[in-house]
Ligand binder design. Structure first.
Ligand code: ACO
Ligand code: ZN
Length: 226
């Protein structure tokens, strides 16, 4: 009897001790030294990836009171490509993307939102495309699903089978967890529309999101309707 009680107490504490870091997103048990150590390492690597030291040549495509947006092109210097890649990997790991290479790396344009504390808090990868499939409205019964269920079941059939004209595909959009709901994704997309194609301003319909996550759909739906 006593052993049984003890087991229950231990299990309870394990549950209780699980923490999600609000910066790097890692789930770990704070009272487990090994976990604690792993988190410290992961956290540091995360911060290094989004740290921005400033570049000799920066292609500033938008400026705001709380930051600026830089555009990184495929032929840019190595340090710029490397930073864009590092941030994209952070985003990919959060999005659960396994595939680490872009479909057409030589075409991709990366937009980085740098805040006033010199951190890359937003990353958007845009590629030229010829056609796209419109994302369909989310049926109501899906709203109770867990995120994992959703991702697994939803990706396969969320899109229309009728191709539509689109010029720019957003293959990644990510905003640092502590900087969300401040219009950073919105401002990055507005900037893509005015700078992606030289000399022309893209409409919202000419932009499409590839393989959106639940967060991505909520955002994209809001963005397309405003
Ligand atoms: N839930 C509900 N509505 C949302 C959400 C959300 N999670 N995120 C954005 N919106 C809507 C809101 O209406 C919001 O306006 P409000 O804050 O005034 O209500 C509006 O969209 C604009 O939001 P922004 O502040 O511009 O978006 P944010 O900078 O927070 O970035 C993003 C949104 C990129 C989806 C962010 O939540 C994120 O990085 N999530 C994790 C990564 C991810 O899932 N990315 C999308 C992958 S799909 C793809 O890459 C093609
Ligand atoms: Zn952390």
């Amino acid at each position: 009897k006593q052993d049984e009680d003890q087991l229950i107490i231990d299990a309870g504490q394990k549950q209780f001790g699980a923490t999600t870091c609000s910066s790097c997103g890692m789930v770990y048990s704070a009272d487990n030294p090994e976990d604690h150590f792993q988190h410290t390492q992961f956290h540091q690597r995360f911060l290094d990836s989004i740290k921005f030291v400033g570049w000799k040549k920066e292609r500033v495509v938008a400026e705001f009171w709380d930051g600026k947006i830089l555009l990184v092109m495929p032929d840019d210097p190595k340090y710029a490509i490397k930073k864009a890649e590092d941030v994209r990997l952070v985003a990919d790991s959060e999005l659960g993307f396994q595939q680490v290479t872009l479909s057409r790396p030589t075409q991709a344009k990366t937009y980085l939102f740098i805040n006033t504390e010199r951190m890359v808090v937003g990353c958007l990868v845009a590629e030229s495309i010829r056609q796209a499939y419109r994302v369909l409205e989310q049926p109501d019964q899906l709203k109770d699903m867990t995120k994992d269920d959703f991702m697994e079941r939803h990706r396969a059939w969320c899109c229309s089978t009728v191709p539509e004209q689109a010029l720019c595909g957003i293959s990644r959009i990510w905003v640092f967890s502590l900087a969300r709901r401040q219009g950073i994704a919105t401002r990055m997309l507005d900037t893509v529309r005015s700078t992606f194609m030289y000399g022309s301003h893209l409409t919202k319909e000419e932009i499409s999101f590839s393989d959106p996550t639940p967060d991505g759909k909520l955002f994209a739906t809001k963005y397309s309707n405003t």
